[in-house]
Design a protein around this ligand. Structure first.
Ligand SMILES: Cc1cc2nc3c(=O)[nH]c(=O)nc-3n(C[C@H](O)[C@H](O)[C@H](O)COP(=O)(O)OP(=O)(O)OC[C@H]3O[C@@H](n4cnc5c(N)ncnc54)[C@H](O)[C@@H]3O)c2cc1C
Length: 425
């Protein structure tokens, strides 16, 4: 039996020991319990830091349906063929064995914010003093006619959550003939990871340049311009991928025809491609929407930025991609990790009756590969501005690469290994 499997089984046993198995609702324990929903960049970090900051006194239960954490950052390299998914996968075992978190492999199917309980898909009901929700994003299939069916048939993939779809899209690229066209469509911002689609297009162009030089990459963007590191990406396409990458703005995809490999746009002419990678609009993960927490246009969750508590429900703290962002705040893994630390500190303070930090800070760095080795980055620091009740980028903080370079390729991998250890080890 693997260590991870053993830990998850121990988690299930621990859940039973707490009286959480079965359908009965447990009473609120004398010891405070935080229930964390989602073990991605936001949730895993929050679970670990609540344990650390409470000196291991607050009980933490983490519910996550996946067997292991698979990182979206770096997953574009799997599409380019230079890395394998296994290199981006980390188990949840250490959260359990080192940090005493009860990891439950299940999905939260419902939240009752009044009774302060969550119901798991398999039946048990868990009570909480505080709930941390970091469910990531849900793809809005209805925003592109025919896309849901094309995805279900395995014909048009998204791979916007790293996992088996990433590998399936890689196989489509491998079987595409030289001289073929790969097209990626980008929805209007905000969406998960602003530079992610441009990184993907660049890395795939790098693969084509080596393995299928007659092939093309088409970037069909609903936005008026490249939404992140625009100057740097455009320079790379002009210098490294001339004749391979073509960028078209103002292309909002509205329908697909999987049989003919066609995308239709709101205004522009149809486009045909051999491999279509259509990214629809996005919103907060389904559980946030179903629970009535997505009170910003029915898509994102408004939070009080001092403690990340939902403005729709007391004692539910929402992190990561699911929230309505503050100005210049990207939907990124680094940002979700930063949210988690601010929220964890606030939750520990509130459960102990202490004052919460009046001036929290957040940081962000997004590294983007432009081929298998060279990287560009953008970084920023964000401070809570009490008078405006929001986060704002600190003037003069952060920065941008001057040009792609291999040294930053090393930094990018160090960033990834460090943040995975920070969240999960
Ligand atoms: C191709 C690509 C490249 C990227 N590159 C970068 C990068 O270089 N740097 C960077 O900082 N960010 C990057 N990102 C963005 C980053 O992946 C996200 O911003 C980050 O994952 C957000 O964290 P999260 O906790 O909100 O969501 P996630 O990390 O997606 O975690 C959500 C978790 O919640 C679980 N979940 C969902 N619903 C339920 C439920 N009902 N019950 C229990 N669990 C549930 C899911 O299984 C999942 O594990 C990239 C994204 C993509 C797609």
């Amino acid at each position: 039996m693997t260590m991870q499997r053993r830990n998850l089984l121990q988690g299930a046993a621990a859940l039973a020991a707490f009286g959480l198995a079965g359908c009965a609702t447990t009473s609120v324990p004398s010891k405070a319990r935080v229930l964390v929903v989602g073990g991605g960049y936001g949730g895993a970090t929050a679970a670990k830091y609540i344990r650390l900051l409470s000196d291991y006194k607050i009980e933490v239960v983490l519910v996550e349906p996946e067997e292991a954490f698979v990182s979206c950052p770096m997953s574009n390299l799997v599409l380019g063929g230079s890395r394998q998914l296994g290199e981006l996968t980390v188990g949840f075992g250490a959260l359990q064995s080192k940090h005493g978190i009860t990891v439950v492999r299940d999905r939260v199917a419902g939240i009752d914010a009044v009774k302060k309980t969550a119901t798991l898909a398999s039946g048990p009901v868990i009570s909480y003093d505080k709930l941390v929700l970091s469910p990531g994003i849900e793809l809005m299939w209805d925003s592109v006619t025919g896309l849901k069916e094309a995805n279900a048939a395995g014909q048009i993939l998204q791979a916007w959550k790293a996992g088996p779809e990433t590998q399936a899209l890689r196989r489509q690229l491998e079987s595409m003939p030289d001289g073929g066209v790969y097209a990626i469509t980008i929805p209007e911002a905000p969406y998960r990871c602003p530079p992610g689609p441009y990184e993907r297009a660049s890395v795939i162009a790098g693969y084509f340049k080596q393995a299928k030089p007659k092939s093309k990459v088409l970037i069909l963007d609903a936005n008026p311009d490249v939404t992140s590191k625009a100057g740097l990406f455009k320079k790379v396409w002009a210098e490294q991928y001339k004749g391979i990458v073509e960028y078209r703005s103002q292309h909002k995809a509205v329908a697909v025809d999987a049989k003919t490999g066609t995308v239709k746009f709101e205004v522009q002419d149809d486009v045909k491609a051999d491999v279509l990678n259509v990214l629809p609009s996005m919103r907060a993960g389904a559980i946030a929407v179903q629970s009535g927490l997505a009170n910003s246009n029915g898509r994102w969750v408004n939070v009080n930025y001092r403690n990340f508590e939902s403005t729709a429900a007391k004692d539910i703290h929402v992190l990561g991609d699911a929230i309505q962002v503050a100005p210049a705040m990207p939907k990124s893994g680094h940002m979700a990790n930063s949210h988690a630390k601010v929220a964890a500190a606030a939750i520990v303070a509130e459960l102990n009756g202490w004052e919460i930090n009046p001036a929290p800070m957040l940081t962000n760095t997004c590294y983007s590969f432009v081929n298998a080795r060279e990287v560009i980055h953008v970084a920023s620091v964000h401070e809570y501005v009490a008078a405006e009740k929001t986060f704002k980028a600190v003037a003069g903080s952060g920065g941008l690469s001057s040009a792609p370079n291999e040294l930053e390729g090393t930094y990018a991998w160090n960033w990834a290994r460090t943040i995975w250890a920070d969240s999960l080890a």
